[in-house]
Design a protein around this ligand. Structure first.
Ligand code: M6R
Length: 595
């Protein structure tokens, strides 16, 4: 979802900005643009579509020179994906890029900008005009006055013709990082920060930054100067290449054994539970997340309730945040997020904290807002995940949830220690079980051949199987654009079974936690209505039109981790055969930083 990049150094800004935009591409976008400042002013180029279209427009102009500039990838919210709606936007001497949503842009326009001519349908242009309207020779003042008026979320990078050596930034609720060293850079995420940085600053809400070539100054929205400490910048994990793989998604699918091994290694073992000693047994637990992270939460609930006997509910963050949830200081709230920047999950975390709950984040990006704002952070060790469709981060989330359930059960003494030892041993083998499950690749490729012209599919399961079905269905629809629904197998007969007709593809996820006879009878029900049922099971007893014998985890409680693998491969190969943009599916963003 919208990405911001900025450069202030001694080299040419344009190549850095275009390269940075490529690095931010995975967040999802539908247009892109850059602005570069030189002695003859600020030049802007923006294009609907891919960054390559922007790059070729920039090359043709041949005048985008200068050592300071800003850039943007836009994921349309206000106004269609067009050249004029693409950022940067200009007003007077100011050129700006923005990530977030200005919720009161209509009121602001009505109140302050009635006489302004707007060139776009965006909320962002309102900000540009407001800054310009408040400008009387002092950029910081104009920006601060504007920032105080804005409601909603914003990360802004701003160039002003009168201060050609500075990039100004302002932030509320949307992420912005600044790297400083031989050159300065600013970006929505760490992957695009200059490798020449020594120090990294993470802007806080309510801050304005003035980024000079080799230093940065911070202010609050009242323009009080702020002392701020930087963390050392390490390029370490920031490089992401596809290597021998055609797509990041396939690479990441095959990185799952390592992601799980590292996550388990980091958190399993009695000594690692120290951090959590402070969490007393709560009266209730909420798990809150979005999308696949929510699906991981469904599995987490099963494990936590089984091992800790604590009532646990799983909520999508977008619903939770407005549901007036029953939370107090005796509640624990677990927020799961790969990016750690998902706007709804972050809002849910803040709500839970405001009500006094203990908050625990399961998060993949250690520098993210969710990681930093939670009381306790458990890091999934998946490394950078680039494909929009999550695979290895989801698997690492499951591993973290298993480890967390075991820790809680030990600390709160809610499960037999022999059982917990057995579970720990199984968890240590989980990466091997996943490696075996990856051997189903060839079979999934074959099944994908029959999916090419499919229009509707259903994934059914019970217990853990249902939670896996939910993730399998999401994976297929988000990258192959085949309509798919996940259903609790026993629930079909209450309505949805009327959609089953001759040839409808139904994938049955049979996990060892529910009686075989129950899922078998659900398979028979849809088969009797003409469905073509493909069952995934480790049991030879399950009968369907096609039965895929899948690897199972060494403990049934962890079976989601192996069962999900073939479905990721199925989604991948189906999308590939259908010619879809696998790593960057249409309309989607990797990190959903707006509500
Ligand atoms: O970064 P997060 O884990 O908070 O993201 C949550 C969802 O947006 C994410 O899991 C999404 O559903 C994935 N693209 C699904 O593959």
């Amino acid at each position: 979802m919208c990405g911001i990049i900025g450069y202030n150094g001694t080299a040419q800004a344009t190549p850095f900005l275009l390269d940075g935009l490529k690095k931010l591409e995975y967040r999802g976008y539908d247009s892109a643009g850059i602005a570069v400042s030189d002695t003859d002013g600020i030049k802007t180029e923006k294009r609907k579509g891919k960054i390559d279209a922007l790059a070729s427009a920039v090359r043709k102009r041949n005048d985008m020179t200068g050592t300071i500039g800003i850039g943007h990838t836009r994921w349309a919210t206000h106004g269609a994906a067009t050249n004029s709606n693409a950022h940067p936007h200009k007003s007077g001497k100011f050129t700006i890029v923005h990530n977030g949503i200005i919720e009161n842009h209509k009121e602001l326009k009505e109140k302050y900008l009635r006489l302004c001519r707007f060139d776009s349908d965006t909320d962002t242009e309102t900000v540009a005009h407001l800054i310009n309207r408040h400008y009387s020779g002092n950029c910081l003042e104009a920006i601060a006055q504007t920032a105080r008026l804005l409601e909603g979320s914003f990360a802004l990078a701003i160039l002003c013709e009168d201060e050609p050596n500075t990039i100004f930034c302002a932030k509320k609720s949307s992420p912005l990082l600044i790297g400083v060293g031989d050159e300065a850079s600013v970006a929505s995420d760490i992957s695009a920060i200059s490798r020449k940085s020594d120090s990294l600053y993470r802007m806080d809400d309510g801050e304005i930054a003035a980024i000079h070539k080799n230093k940065v100054e911070f202010y609050d929205f009242e323009l009080n100067e702020k002392a701020k400490s930087a963390s050392p910048f390490t390029a370490g994990n920031n490089t992401s290449e596809k290597g021998e793989y055609e797509h990041f998604m396939l690479k990441e699918i095959f990185e799952q054994p390592e992601a799980v091994r590292k996550t388990v290694e980091a958190y399993i073992g009695a000594d690692k539970a120290e951090l959590l000693q402070q969490i007393k047994k709560p009266t209730g637990i909420y798990i809150v997340a979005c999308g696949s992270a929510y699906h991981a939460g469904l599995i987490g609930r099963i494990c936590i309730e089984k091992l800790t006997k604590t009532p646990t509910s799983v909520e999508t963050a977008s619903e939770f945040r407005y549901s007036d949830p029953l939370i107090d200081e005796n509640t624990s709230v677990i927020i799961i997020s790969q990016s750690g920047e998902t706007a709804d999950s972050l809002a849910a975390l803040r709500l839970a904290k405001s009500k006094g709950a203990k908050t625990i984040a399961i998060v993949n990006v250690p520098e993210s807002s969710i990681a930093l704002e939670s009381d306790f952070a458990i890091y999934t060790k998946a490394g950078a995940e680039i494909a929009v469709a999550t695979t290895k981060a989801y698997s690492a989330q499951l591993a973290a949830l298993y480890a967390l359930s075991i820790h809680f059960a030990r600390i709160w003494q809610t499960a037999d220690s022999k059982l917990l030892n057995t579970l720990e041993q199984s968890l240590e083998q989980l990466h091997e079980n996943i490696r075996e499950a990856l051997c189903l690749e060839k079979q999934m490729k074959e099944i994908a051949q029959h999916m090419q012209n499919t229009q509707h599919t259903y994934f059914i399961g019970r217990g853990i199987g249902f939670a896996v079905a939910a993730e399998a269905s999401l994976k297929l629809k988000e990258i192959s654009y085949i309509h798919s629904e996940a259903y609790a197998a026993g629930e079909l007969k209450h309505g949805t079974i009327s959609l089953i007709e001759k040839g409808t593809k139904v994938f049955a996820v049979c996990t060892p936690d529910t009686p075989e006879a129950k899922i078998q009878s659900n398979i028979d029900e849809v088969a009797a209505r003409g469905a073509n049922v493909i069952a995934f099971t480790s049991s030879p007893n399950i009968k369907a039109n096609t039965t895929v014998i899948s690897t199972t985890a060494s403990h049934p409680l962890f079976s989601a981790s192996t069962q999900v693998i073939p479905f990721q491969l199925l989604a991948y190969y189906t999308a590939k055969l259908r010619g879809c943009d696998i790593d960057k599916p249409r309309n989607l963003a990797k990190s959903v930083t707006v509500e």
